[in-house]
Design a protein around this ligand. Structure first.
Ligand code: DGY
Length: 321
């Protein structure tokens, strides 16, 4: 009997490929060159399944050209690169990797919070450039994180993991979410639910942890940035597009907010060049979940989803159908 054929669109770990190879004929792309839409369509034309990442656009024109495709398994918790509606209409299962990256992403959010508040990357760049002439009382004065008010916009698993870590800094934790959490979860996170306006007005550090969708596009725009405190920091480890980057740059330039820590951007990997000119922003290349263990677990979970999808029709992390 012919084994199902699958494509792994980008470089993965050897155990990811081994897991798939036990069940399928696997075409890989260990060279990691990003396939353009035409190449992706050609590579997927005769495949039953795909292991994808967020740089792959799985949209209607592509799906039209992949008549055999039954499953698209994303190595990410976010899935805004996949047109779920068209997948559903065509009977294509789509999956993501929830849970396995919560703690690493929460840890990294704290790295961004601390680096931004205490100007770590700015100070290091200055030191490396040979500028340090000795200790100075007013050198790189930053913002205290301890006892500050942390505002969390988007209180899913990752937002909650960030909130739990705030305890060590004796912070006041406020959150806003489409759905208010149960009293039990609020208690375990020591977090209080407030309106969006109150969150913006009270947060010293505002962090974003919501998925990207048409509903969250530019949810932090010029109007909302203007409602933040002048000394506030904005941290985004969610998705590019939830923040209006041009409006943020303007706010940072005017000192309307004090700083930002950003792991994600609109139009990644192309950054608005104005970001690079600012010293009050910490910039990282979409690595919040990138600990070795977590990235291995994400890839493995996606592979397990693909195996389950094509062998039982019941992948554990099914998003549609
Ligand atoms: C995710 O899982 O959505 C992350 O952004 C991938 O790095």
């Amino acid at each position: 009997m012919n084994r199902p054929k699958v494509l792994v669109t980008r470089e993965v770990f050897q155990e990811t490929l081994d897991t798939l190879a036990r069940h399928f004929d696997v075409a890989d792309n260990q060279s990691d060159r990003i396939l353009n839409p035409e190449e992706l369509a050609c590579a997927l034309a005769d495949k039953d399944g795909a292991l994808t990442v967020l740089t792959d656009r799985i949209d209607a024109p592509l799906l039209e050209r992949c008549p055999r495709l039954k499953a698209v398994c994303n190595i990410a918790v976010g899935y805004n690169n996949i047109d779920l509606k068209t997948c559903r209409a065509r009977g294509v299962m789509a999956t993501n990797t929830p849970g396995v990256l919560d703690d690493s992403t929460a840890d990294f959010t704290w790295a961004l919070i601390l680096a931004t508040a205490r100007r770590v990357t700015e100070a290091e760049a200055w030191l490396r450039a040979g500028q340090w002439r000795g200790w100075k009382l007013k050198q790189f004065l930053g913002t205290d994180v301890h006892h500050a008010t942390l505002g969390i916009l988007g209180m899913g698993r990752i937002g909650q993991a960030v909130a739990r870590r705030a305890r060590g800094f004796d912070m006041t934790v406020l959150y806003h979410n489409t759905r208010r959490l149960s009293a039990e979860v609020e208690k375990s996170c020591r977090a209080a639910y407030v309106s969006m306006d109150e969150l913006l007005a009270r947060a010293d550090i505002l962090i974003l942890h919501m998925p990207y969708s048409p509903a969250t596009h530019h949810i932090v725009d010029a109007t909302r940035l203007a409602r933040m405190k002048p000394g506030a920091l904005l941290i985004n480890a969610a998705r590019g597009g939830v923040v209006d980057d041009a409006a943020l740059i303007d706010a940072l330039k005017r000192g309307a907010i004090a700083g930002a820590g950003l792991d994600v951007f609109e139009n990644e990997p192309v950054l608005n060049p104005e970001f690079l000119k600012l010293t009050n922003v910490v910039l990282t290349p979409h690595i919040a979940s990138s600990s070795e263990t977590t990235r291995r677990n994400m890839a493995l979970l996606a592979a397990e989803n693909l195996v389950a999808a094509l062998t039982t029709g019941k992948p554990p992390n099914l998003l549609n159908l």
